[in-house]
Design a protein around this ligand. Structure first.
Ligand SMILES: Nc1ncnc2c1ncn2[C@@H]1O[C@H](COP(=O)(O)OP(=O)(O)OP(=O)(O)O)[C@@H](O)[C@H]1O
Ligand SMILES: [Mg+2]
Length: 272
């Protein structure tokens, strides 16, 4: 029996402790899941220089649900790529669970990404001609999890997003909303410390948007840490905290609900 329930173990239960082979990088206290310090990102040089991020500092505690908002070109995806360890800042530090990402080599970074971060993209990014089940198993396969444990955990993750009856379907046999739910299952199957979602509902109709947001609400209520990028005010109402970017800077960091406990929209449903 697997101990992992797909929702309730934000500390990565069911996954072997991460070892980067660098003792000095490990920290026995509970640091924030994300600690971004004075991060800047400059693209290009000379006349073509773009200051995409101008000194961003954010600390995100375990269990928080953060929406990052801002107009097109304000630096949201640039920030997301740095948070997801897909890109490096031009200056500043970035720590995940207390580990300074800038101090890791490529192999250590790959391990950190695989174990600590789950990604959901606007365009789903599922592998075509591979079943939902195989797609969700993939990060576990990269993580070295054995075949039978992999299968069990992928089935449990697909069950959590309401797709138990679609596990053998390929992406082109699923609706957009269903594909995004597969992507959420794939992001969660490793029980990551952080779920990062860049416009996860950007390509979805109203009903599918609602389905995906409900899943995020439930994950948040179960203690999962979520950082979501969105253009839409309505999507941001689901978050416990809203950070607004203008021109690569934070102009607002507003709390909509406490870090502990269910997110605002779930709370309003439960309240009399
Ligand atoms: N690889 C790159 N090279 C040069 N400039 C870039 C690059 N990527 C992004 N930029 C610039 O950096 C700024 C921030 O871009 P970013 O993609 O982070 O914006 P965004 O907030 O995600 O916008 P959108 O809502 O349209 O997705 C923009 O001015 C963009 O043109
Ligand atoms: Mg973007």
């Amino acid at each position: 029996m697997t101990r992992w329930d797909g929702l309730g173990h934000p500390d990565g239960d069911g996954v072997q402790p991460v070892s980067y082979g660098v003792a000095a990088l490990e920290d026995s206290r509970t640091p924030p899941v994300l600690d971004v310090r004075e991060v800047r990102k400059i693209y290009g040089d000379g006349d073509a220089t773009v200051h995409a991020l101008r000194g961003i500092s954010i600390s995100v505690d375990r269990g928080d649900f953060v929406a990052i908002m801002g107009a097109s070109g304000s630096g949201k995806s640039t920030l997301m790529n740095i948070l997801g360890c897909l890109d490096v800042p031009s200056s500043g530090n970035y720590l995940v669970d207390g580990t300074d990402v800038g101090a890791l080599d490529d192999r250590q970074l790959a391990i950190l990404r695989n174990r600590k971060i789950g990604f959901v993209f606007q365009s789903f990014n599922l592998i075509p001609r591979m079943s939902a089940l195989a797609n969700v198993e993939l990060p576990l396969a990269y993580g070295g999890v054995g075949a039978s444990a992999r299968r069990k955990r992928a089935v449990a993750a697909l069950d959590q997003v309401g797709l138990a009856d679609r596990i053998h379907h390929d992406p082109n046999e699923l609706s957009g909303g269903q594909q995004q739910r597969v992507a959420v299952a794939r992001a969660l199957v490793t029980a990551p410390s952080l779920l990062l979602a860049d416009e996860p509902t950007g390509n979805l109709d109203t009903k599918s948007t609602e389905d995906v947001l409900q899943i995020l609400d439930r994950l948040s209520a179960a203690g999962r840490t979520i950082v979501l990028i969105t253009h839409e005010d309505d999507v941001a109402t689901h978050a416990k905290r809203v950070i607004r970017l203008v021109d690569g800077q934070i102009i607002e960091d507003r709390r909509q609900g406490p870090v502990e406990g269910p997110p605002p929209r779930l709370l309003s449903k439960v309240a009399p």
